[in-house]
Design a protein around this ligand. Sequence first.
Ligand code: HEC
Ligand code: HEC
Length: 267
Amino acid sequence: MRRSRWAALIAVIVALVAVGATYAALNATSKASAAPAEGATSAQIDEGRKLFLEGCSSCHGLNAEGIDGATVNNGGNGGPSLIGVGSASVHFQVSTGRMPLAGPEAQAPTKKVQYNEEEIAALAAYIASLAPGPASPSEEELDFSNASVAEGGELFRTNCSQCHNFSGRGGALSDGAYAPSLMQATPQQIYEAMVTGPQQMPVFSNETLTVEDKQAILAYIDDVKNAPNPGGQDLGALGPVTEGLFTFIVGIVLFIAVAVWIGAKVR
Ligand code: HEC
Ligand code: HEC
């Protein structure tokens, strides 16, 4: 009798550890991020120009000089000049699905991405070839493996949380605008958002936030993103007290259930 009780308990523990290990392994494989190669070829720039003329020039002008929506007869679809916005802005806008914009809207929503990474790199290379601007971050700039999560949390609370919420899950701004959740953004997109400052978001130049500061913020967001949510339910990060209590109750209930189950088996 004694032995089967221990066997059941060990089986439960082994199962729990196995679930945890599988989860960790799955999480680790989905973290890889691809940084674009800088140093565009002329073939890539030509390809980018072709894609731009087909998909972007109706709003941004044939030479990316911008179109004033009020002055043209294309349904009020204007777009700003892209001269000097740099590859970072193009990659950010297109890879999050904000561009191409479907129509005149207050804020470009994230949608299904319409171009693959190669095409986005070509578009970015074309725009970057027109005038210098903030470039997409390099592999080294994106490497946050040595950055401090605690420091990143501090920087995040000072610079980002007033709009994106303490845990990066987004929030409403005035005028019907919103700061989106950061949980879907890749490290590259987060870095690019900081250097380009889309819409109401300020630009965080390297004077405001050094490359190391940006890496710490990446590390912090990555940490929040990968923090396990016990019980499989996202509580919207209501805070340590609520979540702690929830975990505590679920844990107690689980232990009671296991105890009852083992007890029943023994009898
Ligand atoms: C229907 C019109 C429309 C189309 C098509 C469109 N855009 Fe835009 N684009 C806009 C408007 C309007 C804005 C400014 C609003 C905003 O920033 O959300 C903008 C902003 C941008 C920005 C940000 C500029 C900055 O200051 O950083 C980039 C980059 C961009 N577009 C690239 C593209 C690319 C590349 C394409 C083609 C794949 C494209 N757009 C297609 C209308 C359009
Ligand atoms: C003043 C408010 C404000 C602050 C401060 C701010 N942001 Fe933003 N952020 C925004 C808004 C608004 C958008 C949406 C822009 C758009 O849709 O074009 C945004 C978009 C983003 C996105 C794109 C998310 C996605 O998946 O589409 C990222 C990433 C981001 N911000 C990161 C940051 C980080 C990191 C900081 C701090 C260093 C920060 N933001 C500070 C307002 C803010």
